[in-house]
Design a protein around this ligand. Structure first.
Ligand SMILES: C[S@@+](CC[C@H](N)C(=O)[O-])C[C@H]1O[C@@H](n2cnc3c(N)ncnc32)[C@H](O)[C@@H]1O
Length: 376
């Protein structure tokens, strides 16, 4: 089987979570750096990683990597690649770029030079002077860091956070990949109650249920690699079939998802129904002030309003309410993601652990309060 290098890109601060996922999936030959993990693997892993990774943002195929300090070097190295192995005659190839700490700092020029080299090379094979680009999308990226250029091909297409179940969103939804990471950073498992009292569109409860029922996050969507000429569609079918056979339909869950907004609950419910998870998650409309939970070693993972839409005082009031709830639930663990810097003060306790992470461009903190271990 042909050996390839794939790169799983992650949200900053979540590399270790994706590394753990890869290890759990059986991958050993992996290298972690800021925002990405390089994996030595085989062609079929393009399908496996896209279907199964919950916390990564994209899966890129590394085509080549080389030093480039001048545009001439960049052009020549890109031109050396056998581009017809990757791009078909009518493919709609798009060149993306990034550059950090490199002499070639103009991203638009790097993109232009890369595209020119690709076109010149393809012209030799396809004997045409104009590329219609009427076929499927192929995203190529030229990425420079410390004068080393990496040329990659995006096998995912749309970001992996697009699972296909969240057809409608309710205000400020959390990215699905972040929600899955938050769940993976807790001690929650199928034997404990999970509550999200600010559930919005239901992302945290839905991702949690998918994890415990082992529903592969990519089963409901399309990927760009499905159109790649070098990727055998039978491999994808086979891996998809395996994912379906690995779903743990018998796992019973007690997940409580509530929100003050009726509309949010309706949206969250219909998102969960798309995945057939409506029996595993109980959705109900409730203000945090009125929430009633059994003191039974449960886990709260939640994302209260940050304050872009409601005032700072209201946000702080909600965090005070959450703190009051925590005082009554002595055996529970609390995990809260918020951009609010005063959170611990309002909640009334210092967190056991606090992790900084980015929800898109918003700097957030993941406050972690560990309750006692459940008695066996
Ligand atoms: C940041 S959003 C949660 C987003 C959610 N994680 C998602 O992925 O869609 C915060 C949610 O808190 C809800 N909320 C605001 N005040 C509340 C209250 N007093 N009690 C319960 N929920 C409240 C809002 O309706 C909103 O859906």
């Amino acid at each position: 089987m042909e050996k390839i290098k794939l790169i799983a890109t992650t949200n900053m601060g979540l590399e270790a979570v994706t590394k753990r996922e890869l290890i759990d999936l059986g991958y050993e030959d992996i290298k972690v750096s800021d925002g990405k993990i390089e994996i030595n693997c085989e062609l079929k892993d393009i399908a496996i990683l896209n279907l199964k990774l919950r916390t990564a943002e994209r899966v890129l195929l590394l085509i080549d990597s080389f030093r480039a300090e001048t545009f001439e070097e960049l052009f020549n190295k890109v031109f050396e690649i056998r581009w017809w192995d990757y791009i078909a005659k009518d493919d709609n190839f798009i060149i993306q770029g990034r550059s950090r700490k490199s002499k070639l700092f103009s991203i638009s020029d790097c993109q232009r030079i890369t595209e020119k080299a690709i076109i010149e090379k393809l012209k030799m094979k396809y004997k045409i002077s104009w590329f219609e680009k009427s076929g499927p999308r192929v995203k190529i990226e030229v990425s420079l860091l410390n004068d080393i250029a990496e040329i990659t091909m995006d096998t995912s297409g749309d970001g992996l956070h697009k699972r296909g179940y969240r057809e409608v969103n309710y205000k400020a939804p959390l990215s699905e990949t972040i929600a899955a990471s938050l769940v993976k950073l807790t001690f929650w498992n199928k034997d404990r109650i999970l509550s999200d009292p600010f559930c919005g569109s239901g992302t945290i409860p839905i991702e949690a249920a998918m994890i415990e029922k082992n529903i592969a996050p990519g089963l409901m969507r399309k990927f760009d690699f499905e159109n790649f000429t070098f990727f055998d569609p039978d491999i994808f079918k086979e891996e998809k079939k395996k994912c379906y056979s690995e779903i743990k339909y018998d796992v019973k869950l007690e997940i409580l998802a509530s929100d003050v907004s009726y509309k949010a609950i309706q949206i969250a419910k219909s998102n969960a129904e798309i995945l057939g998870l409506d029996e595993d998650i109980s959705f109900f409309q409730k203000d945090i002030k009125d929430i009633d939970l059994p003191d039974d070693y449960g886990v709260i993972i939640t994302n209260p309003p940050y304050g872009e839409r409601i005032g700072k005082e209201d946000v702080e009031e909600l965090n005070i309410e959450l703190g009051k709830l925590a005082k009554t639930l002595k055996t529970w663990s609390f995990y809260i993601i918020t951009a609010n810097e005063n959170f611990e003060k309002n909640f009334g306790r210092k967190a056991h652990r606090n992790r900084k992470l980015y929800n898109g461009r918003i700097k957030t903190y993941y406050y972690q309060y560990y309750g006692p271990k459940p008695k066996r």
